[in-house]
Design a binder for this molecule. Structure first.
Ligand SMILES: [Zn+2]
Ligand SMILES: [Zn+2]
Ligand SMILES: [Zn+2]
Length: 86
């Protein structure tokens, strides 16, 4: 599964307002924290937002997409996951 990242969410856009939920839908850790494999929030552990407006830690999402059961779908709404391009 090859994933195209159209947009990286860095610190300049850290005050996101797209997320409907304040925790990552995969690891359930808040977005101002990090995914389970990172230590420092921000640039080192960016967020990724899909066209469906679901947001995740990028690392959590990439890990999810490498699992066979993901089938390239958003884990929240089961729509094909594509990064938002706005
Ligand atoms: Zn996460
Ligand atoms: Zn991370
Ligand atoms: Zn979704």
């Amino acid at each position: 599964m090859k994933v195209t990242i159209d947009k990286w969410i860095g610190v300049s856009t850290w005050h996101w307002n797209h997320a409907q939920d304040e925790v990552c839908g995969i690891c359930r850790v808040a977005f101002d924290g990090t995914c389970p494999t990172c230590k420092y929030p921000g640039d080192d552990c960016p967020l990724i937002i899909g066209e469906c407006k679901h947001a995740f830690h990028m690392h959590c999402l990439l890990k999810w997409l490498t699992t066979e059961s993901s089938k390239g779908l958003c884990p929240m709404c089961r729509r094909r996951f594509k990064t938002a391009t706005e």
